[in-house]
Unconditional design. Structure first.
Length: 259
């Protein structure tokens, strides 16, 4: 029986996913997988050895060498023969962003995500997500079944859509928001684990908010949103008189597991 392919660990996905030769409107395409891209990035851009690259990606040095040589061949094919390079797919997983664990140095993932968000804001664009139910800010981040996502251009709402979470919860929601290019989240109660996951993807959090979702977004854009910068969830279990998002009491996890 063949050995299962080991998932390759990367810090972040490529900022640019395709490169085409100038002056050619239609070319053959070459697919470079994300894990192959990471091998080239680490070896050629960060000047890591194959051994260091293997440790960071959580695979063997032999596998790194095979991936690296395969990637270089693909890149050369595009440069020499005028083909379009597309970066997509592969067998990989994002690291958890923990400092000093994957990279042997402070992980770049949070800084990279923050730079992307900053670039969008400088261009006058934002994507704001709000935990959503019946027009209002839903009070439990980990329980929310929907987000309302607002496209912001030049400081105003240009468009908005409601997105189902499809049963995702807790840390998985941070990944979902990141895939939607969200850089700002408005919510009610939220636990420490979810806050950490959001921070690792560079998403700015405004917690402890209640009331109309549309009004909350407009208040944020106007600079007068009332929120709790110290929002947290440390209450185990749901009891009478406890409301998520309040300064002293919050509950954002299932069965007392606050996330």
């Amino acid at each position: 029986m063949a050995r299962p392919v080991r998932c390759r660990r990367i810090c972040f996905e490529p900022k640019y996913d395709s490169f085409a030769p100038r002056g050619k409107s239609s070319t053959a395409q070459v697919l470079l997988t994300v894990d192959e891209f990471e091998a080239v990035r680490l070896v050629d851009f960060e000047k890591r050895t194959h051994e260091q690259c293997a440790r960071q990606m959580g695979i063997s040095r032999t596998t790194v060498t095979e991936m690296y040589e395969r990637a270089r061949t693909k890149i050369a094919d595009c440069i020499v023969n005028g083909k379009t390079l597309c970066i997509s797919g592969g067998n990989y997983t994002l690291c958890d962003g923990s400092a000093w664990k994957c990279c042997g140095k402070k992980c770049d993932r949070a800084d990279y995500a923050a730079d992307l968000a900053a670039g969008r804001k400088e261009a006058g664009k934002m994507e704001i997500a709000v935990t959503y139910e019946n027009g209002n800010v839903f009070p439990h981040f980990g329980h929310t079944e929907q987000f309302k996502v607002y496209d912001i251009a030049d400081g105003k709402v240009a468009d908005a859509k409601v997105v189902d979470t499809n049963g995702n919860g807790h840390g998985a929601l941070a990944g979902m928001l990141s895939s939607l290019n969200v850089d700002t989240l408005i919510c009610g109660g939220i636990g420490g684990g979810a806050q950490m996951a959001l921070a690792q993807t560079g998403i700015q959090l405004y917690g402890g908010v209640s009331g109309s979702a549309d009004e909350a977004v407009n208040a944020l854009l106007a600079g007068n949103l009332v929120f709790n910068p110290d929002v947290h969830c440390d209450h185990h279990g749901h009891g009478e008189g406890h409301h998520c998002g309040e300064e002293k009491h919050g509950c954002a996890g299932y069965g007392g597991n606050c996330q």
